[in-house]
Ligand binder design. Structure first.
Ligand code: PAF
Length: 280
């Protein structure tokens, strides 16, 4: 594995790999790698001839400076995991390397980017699109791998790919969970022991809502999920949206014609956790 810190060296490495033919895969990450990332990287390794993993804590997607300040940074352990997974290149640039000039691009990706995280974290998806489009431009991957925990992020990136005409396949990968069901996340290390003990109730409640939904309306199901999680004093639901799985627009009732997903964000103490479940 090569650790590359500059855009020009990365372009060169990818150009050489392309010259030899084969499929190029990209796994964009912000570091603090865990088993969820490992599953993306291992899948990329199985499916691609040349695998690039970017490890870059992208400042432009953080609308909350405290979140950026406290985000775990584990560069050495990240490099060791990627080496173990047998990736070809770990791209670990500085902020100045990626943004020699401020990135002033503004993306308008329509309704899919305006709800949920788009509404709660102004500028977040714009920052995600800035970095992901830069990476797509530099690496020109055939496939790019993203975790389904960030369900809306995948929809937004798909919209960006369509709008900018990138020729690549977005590969969504299943969420990886702790044994007790909590979705793996780099932010989990910030949960206090007390909050960590109750946090699995998020996914447990989402799963139980599949049964509840069998004989209740969409609105009743929504309210039941929110009330069940909010009954834990350590947790506060920020939003729960039962929405169309493609457009992400909220639905008013269960409807056979849609794929339906429930997307939730919960404050667990001061840590923001997101998760989702597919109803249909
Ligand atoms: O999902 C993430 O970790 C980030 O949003 C991404 C896609 C790596 C862009 O910084």
């Amino acid at each position: 594995m090569r650790i590359i810190n500059t855009v020009s060296a990365l372009r060169q490495a990818v150009a050489m790999a392309r010259h030899q033919g084969g499929v190029v895969g990209l796994v964009p990450t912000m570091g603090a790698l865990h088993e969820g990332h490992r599953s993306l990287v291992e899948r990329a390794r199985r499916e691609c001839d040349f695998v690039v993993v970017s490890v870059f804590l992208n400042p432009t997607q953080f609308n909350n400076p405290d979140d950026l300040r406290t985000y775990p940074r584990t560069a050495e352990a990240d490099a060791a995991m990627l080496q173990q997974c047998g990736v070809d290149v770990a791209f670990m640039p500085t902020v100045e390397e990626v943004y020699p000039e401020p990135d002033t691009r503004v993306f308008d990706l329509g309704p899919v980017a305006q709800v949920m995280e788009g509404a709660m974290r102004p500028g977040h998806f714009n920052g995600v699109c800035q970095i992901v489009s830069k990476l797509f431009d530099i690496v020109a991957p055939d496939r790019a791998y993203f975790g389904e925990k960030d369900y809306q992020q995948i929809a937004v990136i798909r919209a960006m790919v369509k709008q900018l005409g990138f020729k690549l396949e977005i590969v969504p990968c299943p969420c990886v969970r702790e044994d007790d069901g909590l979705a793996k996340s780099s932010r989990n290390v910030r949960l206090t022991p007390v909050v960590r003990r109750v946090a699995p109730a998020i996914y447990r409640t989402l799963k139980e809502s599949l049964n509840f939904a069998q004989d209740h309306t969409l609105e009743q199901t929504h309210d039941w999920v929110v009330a069940t999680i909010n009954a834990y004093p350590e947790m506060q639901v920020e939003y729960f949206s039962i929405c169309d799985g493609n457009t992400l627009q909220p639905l008013a009732q269960w409807d056979d014609s849609h794929s339906i997903v429930g997307c939730i964000t919960v404050y667990c103490g001061d840590v923001r956790e997101i998760d989702n479940i597919r109803y249909k």
